[in-house]
Write a protein that binds this ligand. Structure first.
Ligand code: C2E
Ligand code: MG
Ligand code: MG
Length: 561
């Protein structure tokens, strides 16, 4: 084994940590090889008897040293940077006091942390930036937005968030491949960055979704909105110029949703959601547009979304039920009833079919609901067969165009009739004219097939749609129903009167029954009877009611003729 001091010198020279010993005046007494390497010095250079200042430029250093010497313990993690031959390097140093013989000295230990810092920076970059466009990602955007909100809270100025989605991006990706799609995203990123101010943030959320956050807009909301709109329009215009993507010229446009914020009035997720909603509005109104968030629109969409969710569960939770409304003949006898859906919602109470049927149509829920209505109606007809008062009542069921167009529809109706064993002639299906907009030939075929097994058909809301007389002659209808809007107009306007009389004539000429809907007054009734209508439905005779009430009404109804 070699002599200890020599060994120590060698260890000291090879270790990656640099150390310097300073005397009480801060003058360098000793420095190891590592520190000389770090600072590009060699042993021959005049570093001895100098202060630390020849190595580094840390203004507070003298102050730190004197505090430590006065018994101030030690200092960890003094960070500093320094230009070396190989570029900027980062260092981290510790200062502590030690006793060397009689003398008190200061130990300065330093580590080159350049590589560690680089990998930390890289981790930061990966965690906070989008790899494709080098823009901030969602996480960093959220951080920046939180800052913007605080700044806005202090200054009282508005900020704005723009949600930008490229129109038809998917089709570019699908037809030209992802590489070309990536080029577009990169070009969009640089156009966005070029068109905002320094303090503003451009971020990519993923896919073709970008967000621009604007700071320090006017403190008056209207002014701020105008400023945001100008910038949004500028961006929309910029992003609509043609792109050169790997030799391909491509045309694209954005849909932009804008939401304003001030201070912490709304939270961050809310503002993002609002801008997103506005963006959807921009898409819905034809793309390549700028739309502002509108609270009313949000309320509507939220209501709809809730209703949609609840509607999905309504069948399973047995919240749907049928009401029945009587139809009477000229002598006041109940000849039929219309089954009308009701949704008993636990919070909202009775929801009108006018509200939920269109929604059910859009969602496709109309199919299971409609099927359920037909099954219920057949079961009810069967029960009425055994009741002398009710046994001759014909039950009308509303069928939506979408339901009729299902391939299984004819089978479903036939099966319901067979399984319950009802007289098919007592089931009437009400169609609206809208089904003619679909495949008429197919619809006629289905109607004929059902008619052959005894089922009857009525045309509901007649006169409000598009039916042509040519179709009317080909449809196996039994009945036309005059829409209630015309009946309501009888007392008020000539046009309604003309419509009512015309519809009655059409029915007579085609040999069809005629029923007037929505009859509420004696005056309406008198007019209808005068022109030859002899079947009625409306509040004048009975409102739609639940089954027990309906049966009671039927037993009590007096003839009026
Ligand atoms: P609709 O088939 O034309 O039904 C007549 C509507 O007029 C019913 O509204 C009924 O309550 C209302 N009504 C009846 N008499 C009067 C009256 O004298 N005055 C006034 N102001 N209104 C009267 P309801 O029950 O709200 O149903 C609205 C619509 O919802 C129905 O119009 C029908 O298109 C649809 N609907 C109801 N049940 C079903 C169903 O089971 N399936 C399908 N697909 N649609 C249904
Ligand atoms: Mg109807
Ligand atoms: Mg109707």
């Amino acid at each position: 084994m070699r002599e200890l001091p020599a060994l120590l010198t060698e260890i000291g020279g090879n270790m990656p940590i640099g150390f310097i010993v300073l005397d009480e005046r801060g003058i360098i007494r000793l420095a190891n090889a590592a520190v000389l390497r770090m600072f590009d010095l060699d042993a021959g250079q005049a570093w001895q008897d100098q202060s630390l200042g020849i190595f580094l430029d840390v203004p507070e250093l003298d102050e730190m040293i004197s505090v430590i010497l006065q018994g101030g313990g030690h200092r960890n993690d003094v960070a500093f940077e320094r230009e070396c031959a190989a570029g900027a390097h980062a260092y981290l140093a510790d200062l502590s006091v030690a006793q060397m013989g009689e003398e008190q000295v200061v130990l300065f230990m330093v580590q080159d942390i350049t590589l560690r810092k680089q990998s930390e920076d890289e981790i930061h970059r990966l965690a906070f930036y989008d790899a494709l466009t080098a823009l901030p990602n969602r996480r960093l955007l959220q951080e920046r937005l939180a800052q913007s909100m605080s700044i806005s809270a202090r200054s009282g100025k508005h900020g704005a968030l723009m949600f930008i989605d490229l129109d038809n991006f998917k089709s570019l990706n699908d037809t030209q491949g992802h590489d070309i799609g990536d080029l577009l995203l990169q070009e969009v990123a640089s156009r966005l960055t070029r068109n905002v101010r320094e303090g503003d943030t451009v971020a990519r959320l993923g896919g073709d979704e970008f967000v621009v956050a604007l700071e320090s807009l006017n403190s008056i909301a209207q002014e701020a909105a105008a400023q945001a709109e100008t910038i949004a329009e500028k961006i929309r215009n910029e992003l609509s110029h043609p792109y050169q993507l790997g030799g391909i010229e491509h045309h694209s446009s954005p849909s932009i949703g804008v939401s304003l914020f001030r201070g912490h009035q709304s939270n961050l997720d809310e503002v993002l959601k609002q801008a997103d909603l506005a963006m959807y509005q921009a898409k819905a109104s034809g793309r390549n547009k700028v739309c502002f968030f509108d609270p009313e629109m949000q309320a509507k969409m939220e209501y709809r979304a809730e209703l949609e969710q609840d509607l999905r569960a309504s069948l399973r939770l047995q919240q749907l039920m049928l009401y029945y409304q009587m139809q009477v003949d000229d002598s006041g006898l109940v000849i039929g009833a219309e089954a009308l859906l009701r949704w008993q919602h636990p919070q909202r109470g009775m929801v009108s079919p006018a509200q939920f049927i269109p929604l059910a149509e859009e969602m496709g829920m109309i199919l299971p609901i409609g099927d359920w209505v037909i099954e219920q109606a057949c079961a009810q007809l069967k029960r009425w067969e055994r009741d002398p008062t009710m046994r001759d009542i014909r039950l009308s069921v509303n069928v939506s165009a979408r339901q009729l167009s299902q391939p299984y529809f004819v089978e479903l109706v036939k099966e319901a009739i067979e399984q319950t064993g009802i007289r098919a002639s007592h089931l009437k299906l009400e169609l609206t004219e809208s089904f003619i907009l679909n495949d008429v030939e197919e619809a006629i075929e289905k109607m004929l097939e059902l008619r052959a097994s005894g089922v009857r058909f009525a045309m509901d809301d007649f006169g409000t749609g598009y039916s042509s007389l040519a179709y009317l002659s080909r449809l196996p209808l039994e009945q036309l129903k005059i829409d209630q809007s015309f009946v309501r107009g009888i007392a008020r306007d000539k046009n309604s009167q003309v419509m009512v009389r015309t519809i009655i004539n059409i029915a007579h000429n085609f040999g069809l029954e005629i029923v007037a809907e929505g009859v509420e007054t004696d005056e309406q009734l008198a007019f209808l009877r005068q022109y030859g209508c002899n079947k009625f439905q409306g509040y004048l005779f009975g409102r739609p009611v639940a089954l027990p009430e309906f049966e009671q009404l039927c037993r009590a109804v007096p003839a009026f003729a």
